[in-house]
Design a protein around this ligand. Structure first.
Ligand code: GAR
Length: 209
């Protein structure tokens, strides 16, 4: 199985979705580490209870490059092949992104390329969009950029607030992330398994080193 490290900063519901999907025998990945820049992240206790190794270190007062180098060291020590960002609310250094190029995914709560950054649901509501949603993309140096592997559209209902929409988008995220990660880590050996967009991109992506 592919070895995946998950980076979180908060609640960690997407990490939990990745973790529970990985309990299925047929799942092509396993979690080897859940790491955080926030020692109080609720997801750490959950991962611990489920027997997954965790590591946390506060980023406060540390230089971005130094902090990311520390994280990188832990990911490597854990034997990670891939990194899944799941509510990791830190901008990554270029060095870190380069080290994990083609092997790091992020989940973002909008239909990219719309609404990068924060307050995505409010932006979608304010713009009068019919749909919000979520995207999984390969991480490149620019924020919330990089090839989109998969998306789920979530209809915006009359009276939706950013909070009510966020809740429904999270249900969609919890389905989409495990499926997309599984498709991504098997893209070379298991073309039949791939989701449509992942299949299309697998043909054009450079090999990770
Ligand atoms: C998720 O909705 C994720 O899409 C979003 O943070 C939430 C984390 O929830 N990510 C971003 O906004 C990244 N820019 P979780 O901790 O319960 O998985």
């Amino acid at each position: 199985k592919a070895k995946v490290a998950v980076l979180i900063s908060g609640t960690g519901t997407n990490m939990a979705a990745l973790l529970y999907a990985a309990k299925a025998e047929a799942c092509p990945y396993e979690l080897v580490l859940v790491a955080s820049n926030n020692p109080d992240a609720a997801g750490l206790a959950l991962a611990n209870a489920e027997g997954i190794a965790t590591w946390a270190h506060p980023h406060k007062g540390m230089d971005r490059n130094a902090f990311d180098a520390l994280v990188d060291e832990r990911l490597r020590a854990a034997g990670a092949d891939y990194v899944a960002l799941a509510g990791y609310m830190r901008i990554l250094s270029d060095d870190f992104v380069a080290r994990w190029a083609g092997r790091m995914l992020n989940i973002h709560p909008s239909l990219l390329p719309k609404y990068k950054g924060l307050h995505t649901h409010q932006h979608a509501i304010d713009a009068g969009d019919a749909y919000g949603g979520c995207s999984i993309h390969i991480v490149t140096p620019a924020l919330d950029d990089g090839p989109v592997l998969a998306q789920t559209e979530v209809a915006i209902a009359p009276g939706d607030t950013a909070e009510s929409l966020a809740r429904r988008v999270q249900f969609a995220e919890h389905q989409l992330y495990p499926a997309t990660l599984a498709a991504f880590v098997t893209r070379e050996r298991n073309p039949d398994y791939l989701l449509g967009r992942v299949r299309e991109l697998a043909m054009t992506l450079p090999e990770a080193d």
